[in-house]
Design a protein around this ligand. Structure first.
Ligand SMILES: [Zn+2]
Length: 270
C-alpha cells in the first residue's frame, strides 16, 4: 500500500462519517473544501480535508469548476500568483456551460465604465471586459450556494468536531467583485459584522500564508448552536453566513430582525 493510501485510510478511520449530509452516512472519500482548483498551483490550505460520502463529494464537480472560475476573476490582480491555468478553466467552463462566460461578461461599455471607476487598466492585449468585474448568472449563484453550504459545514466541523445536523439552517449573503465596485472596494455586510467576536485563523501551506487568497472569520456561540462566518476569496468573491443547528430558532431570529428593521432579511436559506 502506498503512503497516500495509508494516510487516506487512517484519515477515514478517524473520521468515519460524511460531514456534509448530517453525519450518518459512512465515508468513502476525502474532499478538499475549498476545492484545490481555486488556488494557484493547487496550493490549498493544510487541514482542509474532510470526510465525504461519494454522493456529496462527486455531486458538486461542476459547481467546483464555476467556483474556481469565480475565485480567479479578481479585477484588481496584477498577474501576481497567476499559475497560467485560467485559460484551461475557461475552456472547461465553456464546454460544460455553453454561453455562460459571455453571459457573465459585462458589455464593453459597462466594463469600461466600471474599470475606470476602479482604476483598473487592462494589461496589454486584454480588453476592458476581460479585466473587469463579472455578472452573476443563475448557474453561478447556484454554485456559490452549494459551495458556501459545504464550506460552512466544513468549518463548523473543523472547529467543533461535530457534524452540522440536517435539522440545522444556513442563511447566506454573498458578493462578487462587482459589489466591491459599487461599494468602493468594501464588503458592506462584513462591516456590519465587525463588532462580533471571532477568530481569523492563519491559513497555511508549507509555511506560506494563504490568507490573501482565502480568509475567514468565525464567530461561534459557546454551545456551538449559532455561528456567523465571513469568508473571502481574494478579491474574486466573498460571503457571510449565519447558521444555527436548530432551524426553527434561526427562522424565528430572522423574522424578529425583519420585523424590527422593516425590510426583508438578506440572508437566504441554502
Ligand atoms: Zn454525504
Amino acid at each position: 500500500m502506498g503512503m497516500r493510501k495509508v494516510r487516506k485510510e487512517a484519515f477515514l478511520k478517524t473520521h468515519p462519517f460524511c460531514i456534509f449530509c448530517g453525519g450518518t452516512v459512512l465515508t468513502d472519500t476525502v474532499e478538499h473544501c475549498p476545492p484545490r482548483a481555486m488556488f494557484p498551483d493547487r496550493a490549498w490550505p493544510e487541514g482542509f480535508e474532510f470526510p465525504a460520502c461519494s454522493n456529496c463529494n462527486h455531486g458538486s464537480a461542476d459547481d467546483d469548476l464555476l467556483i474556481s472560475f469565480l475565485a480567479r476573476t479578481d479585477p484588481f490582480t496584477d498577474g501576481e500568483g497567476d499559475d497560467g491555468r485560467m485559460p484551461d478553466i475557461i475552456r472547461s467552463v465553456h464546454q460544460k456551460f455553453p454561453q455562460l462566460v459571455s453571459k457573465m461578461m459585462p458589455s464593453a461599455i459597462e466594463a469600461r465604465a466600471m474599470n475606470r471607476r476602479l482604476g483598473i487598466v487592462p494589461e496589454p492585449g486584454a480588453t476592458n471586459q476581460e479585466a473587469g468585474p463579472v455578472r452573476v448568472t443563475d448557474e453561478i449563484d447556484n454554485a456559490v450556494r452549494v459551495f458556501a453550504g459545504k464550506l460552512t459545514k466544513a468549518i463548523y466541523y473543523l472547529h467543533t468536531s461535530q457534524v452540522f445536523p440536517t435539522n440545522g439552517r444556513i442563511g447566506l449573503k454573498w458578493f462578487t467583485n462587482a459589489d466591491l465596485v459599487t461599494n468602493n472596494g468594501r464588503y458592506r455586510v462584513f462591516e456590519s459584522f465587525q463588532g462580533l467576536d471571532g477568530i481569523v485563523p492563519a491559513l497555511v501551506r508549507s509555511r506560506s500564508l494563504l490568507n490573501d487568497q482565502f480568509e475567514y472569520k468565525l464567530s461561534l456561540s459557546t454551545d456551538f448552536e449559532l455561528m456567523a462566518l465571513q469568508a473571502r476569496f481574494g478579491r474574486g468573491f466573498g460571503f457571510a453566513v449565519v447558521a444555527c443547528t436548530d432551524r426553527a430558532k434561526l427562522d424565528a431570529l430572522f423574522s424578529s430582525v425583519e420585523e424590527r428593521m422593516g425590510k426583508p432579511n438578506p440572508f437566504k436559506p441554502i
